[in-house]
Design a protein around this ligand. Structure first.
Ligand SMILES: *[C@@H]1O[C@H](CO)[C@@H](O)[C@H](O)[C@H]1NC(C)=O
Ligand SMILES: *[C@@H]1O[C@H](CO)[C@@H](O)[C@H](O)[C@H]1NC(C)=O
Ligand SMILES: *[C@@H]1O[C@H](CO)[C@@H](O)[C@H](O)[C@H]1NC(C)=O
Length: 349
């Protein structure tokens, strides 16, 4: 790799025309001359000239460019029309000896001189933080590495989990393969992996878990002759309601709550039952009858109709006073009652 050099105008024209002559040591052999010397990547001329030919014996002074060191020197036009060699007059400056990062290595690829690059690597299990290479560059009149020594890092402490705890809270550094274990506060369930380990890449795997408010199991109970009203979620505090169909009476709790019992979340009451509502036998009335049969039961909704007995032989007619049809219904407590009192059979005026 060619070392970088600073661009500059080597011979600004006509700046100091007088200096040119001063650089010459005159010889009498006018036929022997040197052409203008080639530009040197490591040194620059200190005697400025725009001449294209120089007599034999001319001394041209040079100084080393930034990034190189060496004493000022001259090149001389020789009799055979070539300049004396400037080779090795300037040597590349060296950057300071690079240090190995802790838990890593520096790789000197060629050398540590101006323009050279070095690489850094970390030992297995460590992550490189910073730049993995550096180049020796000019700074002022010296040379420095353009990047700092990187840091080879192991795993940072793993993430914290809201409503959760983990082991090894007091450690700052973790080695590849080490593990931490998470748990959740009471009332929270762990979702995800309960343990994470530090990977050779310097991070934690798998992803951190979450602590979610505990939930009760799906409510599996079914309510015969009724239905269960579910809330949006089954988390702690959730309430399910039980409602019986019409004609049925709820026996048990009308709701169950998701509550914390020790470390478990449980429904605090079991499913009730829906009992069918029955009315007592319809009242018996004098001089009349109803459509109910002996031993018949009267469930909610059942209707009976009363009629009055005819007594034509006695020349009397009974008339029904009140509702002729009554229906089995229920009071707010779920007891079976008839929709109205039984009618009477009486003689009209
Ligand atoms: C060449 O340059 C140097 C420094 O710039 C100066 O001291 C010296 O006199 C010059 N020489 C000639 C021959 O002009
Ligand atoms: C040094 O690192 C550079 C990039 O960071 C890479 O291209 C190059 O191959 C490396 N050289 C060596 C010898 O490792
Ligand atoms: C269930 O929990 C609720 C709310 O905490 C409470 O009001 C109710 O009495 C509990 N029921 C039983 C059967 O414990």
């Amino acid at each position: 790799m060619a070392p970088p050099v600073l661009l500059e105008r080597p011979f600004p024209s006509r700046r100091f025309p007088g200096l040119l002559l001063a650089a010459l040591v005159l010889r009498l052999s006018f036929s022997d001359q040197c052409n203008a010397p080639e530009r040197l990547p490591f040194a620059r001329p200190t005697n400025l000239t725009d001449a294209s030919e120089f007599p034999v014996g001319t001394h041209l002074k040079y100084e080393c460019r930034p990034g190189y060191h060496g004493r000022p020197f001259s090149i001389i036009c020789l009799k055979n029309s070539v300049w004396t060699s400037a080779k090795d007059k300037c040597t590349r400056k060296s950057c300071r000896n690079p240090k190995d990062p802790v838990n890593g290595m520096v790789h000197v690829i060629k050398d540590i001189q101006f323009g050279s690059q070095i690489n850094y690597s970390c030992n297995e299990g460590y992550r490189l933080i910073g730049s993995s290479s550096a180049t020796c560059i000019i700074s002022g009149n010296t040379v420095i590495w353009d990047n700092e020594t990187p840091i080879c890092e192991i795993c940072q402490p793993p993430p914290d989990v809201l409503h959760g705890e983990r082991t090894q809270k007091d450690k700052d550094n973790f080695w590849p393969g080490q593990a931490v274990f998470y748990s959740c506060e009471p009332g929270y369930d762990l979702r995800g992996a309960a343990s994470l380990h530090c990977t050779p890449q310097g991070d934690w795997s798998p992803a951190a878990p979450r602590c979610e408010v505990k939930s009760c199991d799906d409510f599996l109970g079914q309510l015969l002759n009724g239905h269960v009203l579910f809330p949006l979620n089954l988390q702690l505090g959730a309430k399910v309601d039980f409602v019986c169909d019409e004609g049925f009476r709820l026996k048990g709790s009308s709701a169950s709550y998701c509550v914390l019992a020790g470390m478990e979340s449980l429904w605090n009451s079991s499913v009730p039952v829906c009992e069918q509502i029955f009315c007592p036998s319809p009242p018996v009335i004098p001089n009349g009858r109803h459509t109910g049969k002996p031993l018949e039961v009267f469930p909610f909704g059942k209707a009976v109709t009363y009629t009055c007995d005819p007594h034509p032989d006695r020349g009397m007619t009974f008339n029904l006073i009140g509702e002729s049809t009554i229906r089995c219904t229920s009071d707010p407590q779920g007891n079976g009652i008839w929709s109205s009192p039984a009618p009477r059979c009486g003689i009209l005026g």
